[in-house]
Design a binder for this molecule. Structure first.
Ligand SMILES: Cc1cc2nc3c(=O)[nH]c(=O)nc-3n(C[C@H](O)[C@H](O)[C@H](O)COP(=O)(O)OP(=O)(O)OC[C@H]3O[C@@H](n4cnc5c(N)ncnc54)[C@H](O)[C@@H]3O)c2cc1C
Length: 528
């Protein structure tokens, strides 16, 4: 049997690595993508809910925010819309917070409408929000620069920020916590909870130092780009990338688990698959490789780099998600305005319980704190349900990565009862759930890890979004420019690299790094 070869081997078919692969193939390279699963997409997939034909679930990513600002979307750089069948459904709200007492706040894309929603709780906070949004808009160009290209080195970024009053303000917020920032701007507890819950979607406690800039970045983004869903299901983003890759001559092998990245004389030479097959890479390898696995997986990697990578910190917690096929969509206590929000944060009253819930998560316990993050995309995209009026619901709850009792393996024992408990708790916010459920399934952090080795122990962003693991320090200072010391020609992509977890399309930056090293003129493929 002749040995398979390619110019570039791509390890993993998540949306990020597929984007990297598509740019490289478009530039004329012979690209081979190796994916361990039968389905491509990693965290950007869709599947039917078992026992409910025609009900599509999106097990992981649902709502897309950051990628809305990526030239892959704004300029259709890869032709996904024009040629490869990508369609999106844009939204005019980001989320609504439904409180247990029936009151709610809606995070519209329009600042005036957010202020009106906040004014129901506090006129003063409505004014504060207007001020906050103005600052966020002014800071956005600074904060979002280079999000989809290799990052400015953190040291230079800090030096640049230190040159102006606004820059120094950003720096001070960068080092503070989101909790302190939100607490200093707003007075009403429910307004504060509305923002803190959203910040916690980064899977870190808002009280963590170094999260202070997040509320500014999120607010700036919310009022400048339109978040969206992928029509027909999140998996259609990955599928359109697959079509783009194939159009440019790239290949995907499914069921191909890469166990080892091979190198000789300080240069990458190829990969070894589970089962022993070796594939040669003529020009390079790029992979979604978790930093904890770098030392064992990559031959010849610099020892200091591997040691640092092994100590990268995971997010503070993970998620337990439940997917339900419903006869009709949820009807929230707040009615139509909440029903129509892109995402609904279901939030109990009480700041103290909110704050304590992060300690419970840290100690491996599922908090009693009864909060959920819910999406029902089928309301705006009926192609995801068998008939108009049905609904496909995504119910997501923070969960410890490792259970105090039983660690990750412990999830198997409490999976079914936990799913039922969460559904019961959710009915307090959407009372029409009784008799409404046709079928459903859930995923524990362990299930997510088994699906995708990059979701380490169920960390949905691969590694934590802490300040010391951000920008050019993501995942470590040595690996922050996508290159791997000790192994020339090996590059990183995916959520553990800049700009981080979520559907960002950050694989564009990995492609820029590779094409720069390969001497391919960037201007032919990337618009400024
Ligand atoms: C429950 C959940 C909910 C989420 N919700 C959202 C959301 O609403 N919005 C949002 O923006 N983000 C969300 N995310 C995060 C988002 O899904 C991920 O950050 C994103 O998918 C990362 O994309 P990626 O392309 O970089 O890599 P991944 O999606 O991590 O894909 C990596 C791929 O590589 C494959 N692979 C890994 N190692 C190997 C190997 N050795 N050999 C072969 N193949 C390999 C994996 O099987 C996988 O297919 C969610 C994630 C989860 C788990």
């Amino acid at each position: 049997m002749t040995q398979e070869t390619a110019d570039i081997i791509v390890c993993g078919a998540g949306h990020n690595t597929l984007i990297t692969a598509a740019y490289l193939a478009k530039a004329g390279l012979d690209v081979l993508v190796l994916e361990k699963n039968e389905m491509i997409g990693g965290g950007v997939i869709s599947r039917e809910i078992p026992g409910a034909p025609g009900f599509i679930s999106n097990p992981h990513a649902q709502g897309i925010v950051l990628m809305a600002a990526n030239p892959v979307i704004t300029r259709d750089e890869l032709g996904l819309f024009a040629k490869f069948g990508l369609e999106i459904v844009e939204r005019d709200t980001m989320y609504a917070t439904q409180f247990e007492d029936g009151s709610f706040i809606t995070q519209w894309l329009d600042v005036d409408k957010v202020c009106q929603s906040i004014a129901k709780f506090s006129e003063r906070d409505a004014d504060a929000y207007r001020r906050f949004a103005r600052i966020a808009a002014k800071l956005l160009p600074l904060l979002s620069q280079g999000l989809f290209a290799p990052p400015t080195p953190l040291g230079s970024l800090f030096m640049m920020l230190d040159q102006s009053r606004e820059g120094r303000f950003v720096l001070s917020q960068l080092m503070d916590s989101a909790y302190n920032v939100i607490d200093s701007f707003f007075e009403h507890e429910q307004v504060k909870l509305h923002y803190m819950h959203y910040v916690a979607e980064l899977m870190i406690s808002p009280e963590q130092s170094g999260t202070g800039v997040v509320p500014f970045l999120l607010t700036g983004l919310i009022h400048s780009v339109k978040p969206f869903h992928i029509k027909g299901g999140s998996g259609n983003l990955s599928n359109s990338l697959g079509r783009c890759l194939a159009h440019h001559g790239g290949r995907i092998r499914r069921g191909a688990m890469v166990e080892k990245i091979l190198s000789r004389g300080g240069r990458v030479t190829g990969v070894r698959l589970k089962g022993g097959e070796e594939i040669l890479a003529r020009k390079g390898v790029v992979g979604s490789i978790h930093p904890h696995d770098l030392g064992a997986m990559v031959e010849g990697v610099d020892k200091f780099t591997a040691k640092q990578a092994a100590h990268v910190k995971l997010s503070n917690f993970g998620a337990f998600n439940t997917h339900l096929a419903l006869r009709e969509p949820p009807n929230y206590l707040g009615g139509a305005e909440v029903n129509n929000a892109m995402m609904v944060e279901c939030v109990p009253m009480g700041m103290e319980n909110f704050r304590r819930s992060f300690d419970e998560l840290r100690y491996g316990r599922i908090p009693d704190y009864n909060n959920y993050d819910v999406a029902c995309i089928s309301r705006v995209d009926p192609t995801q349900v068998p008939q108009a009026g049905n609904a496909s619901l995504y119910l997501y709850k923070f969960a410890p990565l490792q259970l105090a009792e039983g660690g990750n393996a412990g999830w198997a024992h409490i999976k079914a009862e936990t799913m039922q408990r969460f559904i019961d708790g959710y009915t307090r916010y959407a009372p029409n759930m009784a008799g409404n459920i046709i079928a459903g399934y859930c995923e524990t952090p362990q299930d997510m890890y088994e699906h995708n080795p990059v979701f380490k122990y169920g960390d949905i962003f691969g590694v934590g979004t802490f300040l010391n693991q951000f920008f050019s320090y993501r995942p470590t200072p040595e690996l922050g420019q996508y290159r791997v010391p000790g192994v020339a020609g090996l590059y990183l992509a995916g959520p553990t690299t800049h700009p981080g977890g979520g559907v960002t399309g950050g694989g564009r930056a990995s492609a820029i790094a590779m094409m720069t090293d390969l001497g391919i003129p960037l201007k032919n493929y990337f618009q400024a």
